[in-house]
Ligand binder design. Structure first.
Ligand SMILES: Nc1nc2c(ncn2[C@@H]2O[C@H](COP(=O)(O)OP(=O)(O)OP(=O)(O)O)[C@@H](O)[C@H]2O)c(=O)[nH]1
Ligand SMILES: [Mg+2]
Length: 408
């Protein structure tokens, strides 16, 4: 894994430099605003430091692909930018940071919060009486003890053993034999962020209206989440929004969406079967963004699942820029989540949207389901309040939580 720091006057410039140098697969590990210290610092403008990482294989591929004419850029902390970035030649920038982690630590430390994880693990190590036994018992080194403690922390946070082992194995392969606890925690932290990948959010296509389909089990928060996102679409992004509900199984469901539609002043169409979709699309022909709310169904019921398939097969992807979100509650048991995603395995290209993060202390299942499905993460909701209780998944925060940093 390649980890590099880039500094620039603004976050956008720093991220553009990352994308230019490491390519669009690079993952932003951290963003911090740096103020110059001392009296001289009062006269200097603050700058932004971005830490980015990339799997080595991607880096090699990017280097090979990179235009030979492009010169290297030295934007180390404190240095003046030696070359301005020509933004017109860069790959598309999909990164929009949400809640960057506040930073106060200077220099090389990766995260202020990782210190507390370090303390936590150290304490645990001191109180650890029993011998650490794992498949690598024959090699006795501090590294293995540290890795074992980190492994236990990940399991405590409900990471599936399979994924925890995979993480530890990959980190073990990449660390030096005499690493410090800090170094090892940082390596695992960075690996988790790379695995969680850059979360996706709603994008707009200039040429086609957007159709956003919400799927998922009963009661996970689909309709509430639609209201949260629709509010941002309309009020922040200034889009013409419309709603379609296919949830006619519960009288209250139509009423619920109608209530949100009334508050937001957006039109609603109700459909009873997939065949009525075209009529609904025609009625919403002036909308830039249409949210389609499907009925929450038992993933175990084949007939109910067929209704969703009918709806999806009726959608013309040439006419609409379609995005599908599979809503899952972060409070659902891992075994049930596995069975739910299995039931949706024939639906292609969906994004994962996790709800009810406020009702759990452990986010391991989010990591597990991300790894299991390979689908991109998107938003996470953390409460019932509309529109505010939603954000794009903050992978840095999540990685810290998985390592025990969110405790207390
Ligand atoms: N604590 C918490 N509650 C939430 C969150 N999102 C939604 N809810 C609540 O979960 C309940 C169900 O929400 P809905 O939006 O009706 O869920 P749904 O998936 O549309 O349900 P069905 O249409 O019946 O399948 C409501 O009481 C919501 O207020 C969240 O992030 N946190
Ligand atoms: Mg609903």
């Amino acid at each position: 894994m390649i980890v590099k720091k880039y500094s620039a006057p603004t976050e956008t410039e720093a991220v553009l430099t990352v994308k230019k140098e490491l390519g669009s697969d690079a993952v932003i590990l951290n963003v911090k605003k740096i103020k110059h210290r001392g009296i001289i610092g009062l006269f200097k403008k603050p700058y932004v430091e971005v830490m980015a990482a990339l799997e080595e294989k991607d880096f090699v591929a990017n280097v090979n692909d990179r235009n030979k004419a492009s010169k290297s850029i030295d934007l180390r902390a404190g240095d003046e930018a030696k070359e301005r970035v020509n933004t017109s030649t860069l790959p598309p920038l999909s990164y929009r940071p949400v809640n960057p982690v506040p930073q106060t630590m200077p220099g090389n430390a990766i995260e202020e919060k990782l210190d507390s994880i370090h303390g936590l693990l150290k304490e645990q190590m001191e109180s650890e009486k029993k011998e650490i036994i794992d498949k690598r018992t024959d090699v006795s080194s501090n590294n293995l003890k540290y890795l074992k403690l980190i492994y236990n922390k990940l399991i405590d946070n409900e990471l599936d053993e399979r994924y925890a082992n995979q993480l530890i194995d990959e980190v073990q392969d990449s660390i030096k034999s005499d690493n410090t606890l800090d170094g090892i925690i940082s390596a695992v932290y960075q690996k988790i962020i790379l695995k969680l990948d850059e979360p996706q959010q709603i994008t707009y296509d200039k040429n086609r209206p957007k159709l956003i389909v919400f799927m998922g089990p009963t009661g996970v928060g689909k309709t509430t989440t639609i209201a949260k996102l629709a509010s941002a679409c309309k009020l922040t992004d200034g889009k013409n929004v419309g709603f379609i509900t296919a949830d006619t199984y519960r009288i209250a469901a139509v009423e619920q969406l109608n209530t949100y539609a009334g508050i937001l002043d957006v039109p609603v169409q109700v459909i009873y079967e997939a065949g009525e979709l075209d009529k609904a699309f025609a009625a919403l022909s002036n909308c830039d963004v249409i949210f389609l709310d499907t009925a929450g169904r038992s993933h175990k019921d084949d007939t109910q699942r067929k209704d969703l398939r009918d709806i999806l097969s009726h959608i013309d992807s040439n006419r609409f820029d379609v995005e599908k979100y599979l809503c899952l509650s972060a409070t659902t048991k891992y075994k049930d989540l596995c069975s739910i995603v299995k039931a949706y395995s024939d639906v292609t290209d969906y994004k994962l949207l996790f709800t009810k993060l406020d009702e759990t202390l452990c986010y391991g299942n989010i990591y597990n389901i991300k790894c299991l499905t390979g689908a991109k993460l998107s938003y996470a909701t953390h409460g019932q309040a509309v529109p505010e209780d939603i954000e794009v998944v903050n992978v840095q925060k999540m990685a810290k939580q998985l390592l025990g940093g969110g405790e207390g």
